[in-house]
Ligand binder design. Structure first.
Ligand SMILES: *Cc1c(COP(=O)(O)O)cnc(C)c1O
Length: 382
């Protein structure tokens, strides 16, 4: 029991500027945020056209090493856009993980496709290559270079792993499995801007990667998202789809397919550009916080979720792994009641009424983590 008080005291020490209530994650504005937003208002270009949108896209491309970046109004529709651009059609299937935020799976539904759930690894909290390859080897067949699910007869067009809390999944292994089975890889890197695996930015392993810039993420545009890709044609398609599929013309309104109104407004991008200028600093501070946590939790014999050797995490949300579900719930109660905001990792997507009937493999690791992991305050402290 003494441990809870020690944890509460430690969090209060680390976040000494926040007096009463310590939130899970708040944005960090310390640079040109106000300046750029005011500039944007003064320019009158506050909507979907303007220089900040282009500059923000370029800064994300530069930072991640991707050739192109297309920004949109949130991370959920970034995934939707990527799925549609990858050729996912009504009735197709998309493989994903059950341990994720609901947005990953909702986006699959927006594309009129169904999710198929494979397990995660305990040490990454991301998709398990073993579970993925076992499912594909046993349940699919290639016909004309298209992967078909033998039990449903449907096309498995894409695979959508997620990098949990900014930690990398075994994404290179996942990539080669997808290649072998002719499945397009799209990374839900919503939580992972600034993270890398074997020196390469997360989001750049797949044909496309997506980010979220919601208010609780590592950097924010208020609401916002992005798709990155090295494929120029695909990038043009993403841009086209996100801007109502309007054919560029000085004044005529001609549209060549059903598009979406998904383009990020310039006002949001102004905030985002300033945030990108701070990203390096934010990552350094978050890393310092994580190592302080790690040292502390090992001193009291609690299990802190650590970075693996071949990755560099952005440590978006720090996490501890409790002994069992009961301890998870007690930890949540004790800390939240003491004004230290903590949240459990998600319930499995396969438990949600909408997705209960979907095909799934053995999900023991996902269930194990779901019953034990708790996120602890992770904002930037200076
Ligand atoms: C935040 C998040 C998204 C997208 O969220 P938006 O709020 O739509 O920007 C998608 N997937 C995961 C895993 C997320 O954490």
């Amino acid at each position: 029991m003494g441990n809870y008080n020690k944890v509460i005291q430690k969090v209060r020490d680390l976040f000494h500027e926040q007096k009463e209530f310590i939130p899970l994650h708040i944005p960090h504005f310390s640079g040109n945020e106000k300046k750029y937003v005011l500039e944007c208002i003064d320019s009158t270009y506050v909507s979907s056209v303007g220089q900040f949108v282009n500059d923000f896209e370029q800064s994300i491309a530069d930072f991640t090493g991707a050739k192109r970046c297309i920004v949109c109004v949130n991370g959920t529709n970034a995934i939707h856009l990527a799925l549609v651009a990858s050729g996912v059609e009504a009735g197709d299937e998309v493989i994903t993980q059950p341990l994720t935020f609901i947005a990953t799976v909702n986006a699959i539904s927006y594309a009129h496709a169904s999710p198929v759930f494979v397990d995660v690894d305990k040490d990454t909290m991301g998709m398990s290559p073993l579970s993925l390859s076992k499912f594909l080897d046993e349940n699919t067949i290639l016909k004309d270079d298209i992967c078909f699910n033998k039990s449903t007869g449907k096309k498995i067009r894409a695979c959508l792993p997620m990098h949990t809390f900014g930690h990398s999944a075994r994404i290179d292994e996942i990539k080669s499995i997808c290649d072998k089975h002719h499945i397009i890889l799209i990374e839900d890197a919503a939580e992972a801007i600034g993270s890398s695996y074997k020196g390469k930015s997360l989001g750049t392993f797949g044909l496309m990667g997506t980010f979220s810039f919601n208010g609780n993420k590592t950097i924010t545009t208020g609401g916002g998202g992005a798709v990155i890709t090295d494929d120029e044609d695909l990038a043009d398609k993403l841009k086209h789809l996100s801007t109502q599929a309007k054919i560029p013309h000085k004044w005529n309104y001609v549209h060549d397919q059903v598009g979406y109104n998904y383009r990020m407004p310039n006002l949001n991008a102004a905030l985002g550009l300033a945030q990108m200028e701070n990203l390096e600093f934010i990552l350094i501070q978050k890393r310092k916080l994580a190592s302080a946590y790690q040292e502390f939790f090992s001193s009291i014999d609690m299990n802190f979720f650590e970075e693996r050797a071949d990755e560099k995490s952005n440590f978006w949300l720090n996490a501890v792994i409790l002994e069992n579900k009961e301890q998870q719930q007690t930890f949540l109660t004790e800390l939240n009641e003491a004004g230290v905001m903590c949240r459990p990792i998600w319930e499995l997507m396969t438990e949600m009424v909408m997705f209960k009937g979907c095909q799934k493999t053995n999900l023991d690791n996902a269930r194990w983590l779901s019953q034990r992991v708790v996120n602890i305050p992770s904002s930037v402290v200076e």
